[in-house]
Ligand binder design. Structure first.
Ligand code: GLC
Length: 753
């Protein structure tokens, strides 16, 4: 099967040797403020803080060619006249050698043609808001080489949505070149904008030519495939002081003696004002800066992944746990669901998603996780409600309360419990966080208020009301706000049981008593005949009496979520129902490519009993393998002590394993990060195709499933609890865990379990 790339575990990189991957295979680089994604063809986008209103560069999602533009270096060989890119696009000139290596916080792309090798390393250091393009040009021939390197980055309007009002706003920006500082200045003076950052593009050595105008750079009828300024060897010295389509094109002439290398660098920087920008420019163009900044980046990532390292003999599991899953978790917490090659950048943060994304990051960057947790809580309302999404960096701090998700405020306790058990610092519960509308509460108060909010909005059976949907967005198609959610009932049970421990620790007896009563009541409702279907738990009780996820239905007979949460919450301890339910999952939902979210999928036609549904059968919430929910199945099987089942479901969700099994061409997406879904069998030929990559709750939950359940190294109040649930195929595993400042070497032997 055709391979485009492979893992290089020793270097903690994924190496791609064919630039024509089925879809852009991207990496994220950034420091939580300045961030970019970049593909194997150097296509990509950079933004500051958030991508909706502070988008520094341009990227097009919908038109072909895909994955344009990006962070380009054109190479002109002045002896042969040939023009090419080490990252292949956009000239697409065939290279003799090509390699892209995505690593932790950097991407390095090297191309070679006619004995000239040009390598570009892109990264954003932890401390400065600058994207570094570190370039090395090597002359492998026996004669002196003469090259002209030219950068290209395209500037749009920072506010992505308002870019469509281009005709009115194009004069609110300006692009000029300042020879003294050798920088292109992007001056942003959109008067309604709450911020007018200073953006610049510069190089480590004095450029020999520049263009600030995209159109001038490309030439009449030209495009980025062969820009006139590059092919002619004559940069136009274009500027756009009163607006237009700006770009950062700086050319550098180089004579490279035979058999030697030369280094140079480009920088895309951003600061609050031009004074700060000048200071930043001075720092980054100083001697030795690039090497120091890169080493500081490596140390930062070394610390993060050093928290948990495993050697289990399963290469896919090891590389995910040790390298790629932490990266995926970090990116997901930073971005929630805002921008990727799937997301165009409109979504803000989401109450429930960001809270879940913080779950795993608590273990390797507790500080950042805590910041995000508090940020989410500060968007809770004083009546206890959460929201669908919020935009903390927008001028008006926008919030979307619609569509109304009933599960928002059940999530905080799960993540905060994990954080406190990681740090051992119970005082986090006492920190004060404001409500969005009025007043404030401690973290403890926020959680309790949120749980009571769900409790107080229960339906006639006593289960939480659905409103638009619970965790499963797809349930919105039933348009039944008064339906009752079994999944949320189980989650609430789990939440109050967990929260009760904190009430007891804090001596809050009446809260502890409320939790106990709520848990008892919920447990008995969940095990009543209204919810238990005989072999599994139902999913929704609709207000018209119809029961979803029941054997009496033709479609949507069984759902995954209530079965897994029955086990996690302990509701399924009753008469061994959790195990029975998970056996039904295995029987009815397991496929060659993972566990479906429900079965059979809804068609809507020709069965009028069923609702019309957005997702085609086998996709998304309509019968796909929904990876986020599969993580809970892995956890549930570990709780039941069935390591082989847990591991099977885990592996079927591992992108590396699936890309290998189905072939990288078919798999299409990056083999190193999780995807949201895998198309289910009902979709015929697409069965096994992955959905959205990178930004998915799978990243966080799968890290928890692998580290705390399969490998079983789980932080607890008084230390690390070790309860592995290994499959038969793993006899031994060695784990290194840094926990509360101490290093633990843990040997797991399956014969001892
Ligand atoms: C997507 C959404 C998440 C939702 C899930 C299930 O992952 O980002 O909010 O809970 O789908 O519908």
């Amino acid at each position: 099967m055709k391979e485009f790339g492979r893992f290089d575990d020793g270097r903690k990189e994924f190496a791609i040797d064919d630039p024509a991957t089925p879809q852009p295979w991207i990496n994220y680089i950034g420091n939580t403020r300045l961030t970019a994604f970049i593909s194997q063809q150097a296509g990509g986008l950079a933004w500051h803080i958030e991508p909706q209103t502070r988008r520094l560069t341009r990227y097009y999602w919908l038109p072909l060619p895909q994955d344009r533009p990006g962070f380009y270096v054109y190479v002109k060989n002045n002896k042969t006249g040939s023009v090419w890119n080490p990252h292949f696009a956009p000239t697409c000139k065939a290279l003799e050698k090509y390699e892209c290596r995505h690593g932790l916080g950097y991407t390095r792309i090297a191309g070679e043609l006619d004995d000239i090798k040009v390598e570009v390393t892109y990264f954003i250091p932890p401390d400065e808001d600058v994207m570094v393009w570190s370039v090395t040009a090597e002359n492998k021939s026996s004669r002196e080489a003469s090259l002209t390197l030219t950068s290209y980055v395209e500037f749009g309007l920072l506010d992505f949505q308002r870019e469509n009002f281009w005709c009115y706003l194009k004069n609110h920006i300006g692009f000029t070149y300042e020879p003294k500082s050798s920088w292109i200045k992007y001056d942003y003076h959109v008067f309604e904008a709450p911020f007018t950052p200073a953006i610049f593009f510069t190089s480590s050595q004095k450029p020999t030519g520049f263009d600030c105008s995209r159109n001038a750079f490309c030439g009449k009828n030209g495009n980025l495939d062969m820009p006139e300024s590059v092919s002619s060897g004559k940069m136009k010295s274009s500027e756009l002081p009163s607006g237009g389509h700006g770009c950062g094109a700086l050319s550098i002439d180089m004579k490279i003696p035979a058999g030697t290398k030369k280094e140079t660098a480009y920088f895309l920087g951003v600061a609050d004002n031009w004074g700060k920008a000048a200071a930043l420019r001075k720092k980054i163009t100083g001697r030795g800066y690039v090497a120091e900044a890169f080493s500081s980046l490596q140390k930062t990532w070394g610390r993060k992944i050093g928290t948990f390292q495993v050697s289990s003999g399963d290469a896919h599991m090891d590389r995910m746990v040790n390298i790629w899953n932490p990266l995926n978790c970090q990116v997901t917490l930073e971005r929630t669901r805002d921008i990727s090659t799937d997301h165009l950048g409109f979504d803000g943060m989401r109450f429930r998603d960001t809270m879940q994304d913080a779950l795993a990051v608590t273990s390797f960057d507790a500080k950042f996780a805590a910041e995000r947790i508090k940020l989410v809580l500060s968007y809770q309302h004083s009546d206890g409600s959460g929201n669908f999404s919020f935009y903390p960096y927008s001028a008006e701090k926008k919030v979307n309360v619609h569509p109304e998700r009933c599960d928002n405020t059940v999530w905080p306790i799960f993540t905060i419990d994990n954080l406190i058990k990681e740090t051992g610092d119970l005082s986090f519960m006492d920190e004060t966080v404001p409500y969005r509308d009025k007043g404030e509460a401690t973290v403890y108060g926020h959680i309790l208020n949120g749980l009571k909010y769900i409790w107080n909005r229960r339906g006639k059976t006593g289960l939480p009301s659905l409103y638009d949907a619970d965790w499963n967005d797809g349930l919105a198609v039933f348009r039944d706000p008064k339906a009752e959610s079994v999944m949320l009932g189980m989650q609430l049970l789990h939440a109050v049981k967990m929260f009760r421990e904190y009430s007891l620790k804090k001596g809050r007896k009446s809260d502890a008593e409320w939790c106990r009563k709520a848990a008892d009541e919920m447990n008995s409702i969940l095990n009543s005949d209204k919810v238990w279907d005989g072999k599994w738990y139902r999913r929704l009780l609709l207000s018209n009496g119809m029961k979803l996820g029941s054997s009496s239905r033709k479609q949507g007979k069984i759902y995954l979520e209530p079965q897994v949460w029955a086990v996690i919450s302990g509701a399924g301890d009753f008469k061994g129902r959790g195990k029975i339910a998970m056996d039904s999952v295995r029987k009815y939902l397991n496929t060659a490519n993972g566990l479906m979210i429900h079965s059979p999928p809804y068609t809507g036609i020709p069965n009028p009993e069923d609702p019309p549904i957005g997702n085609a059968p086998g996709t998304g919430e309509n019968g796909a393998i929904f990876c986020h929910a599969v993580c809970w199945a892995v956890i549930a099987e570990c709780i039941l002590g069935r390591g082989d089942y847990a591991y099977e479901y885990y592996r079927k969700n591992l992108p590396a394993f699936m890309a290998e099994k189905l072939g990288q061409e078919f798999w299409e997406r990056e083999p190193y990060v999780f995807t949201s879904t895998i198309v289910g069998p009902a979709a015929g030929k697409s069965f096994g195709k992955p959905g959205i990559s990178w930004l998915t709750g799978t990243a966080s939950w799968m890290y928890i499933a692998a580290t705390q359940y399969i490998l079983g190294v789980k932080p607890d109040f008084d230390g690390l609890a070790i309860r592995p649930c290994l499959p038969k195929s793993i006899k031994n595993a060695a784990v290194t865990r840094i926990f509360r400042g101490k290093k633990y070497d843990i040997d797991l032997h399956s014969k001892h379990i």
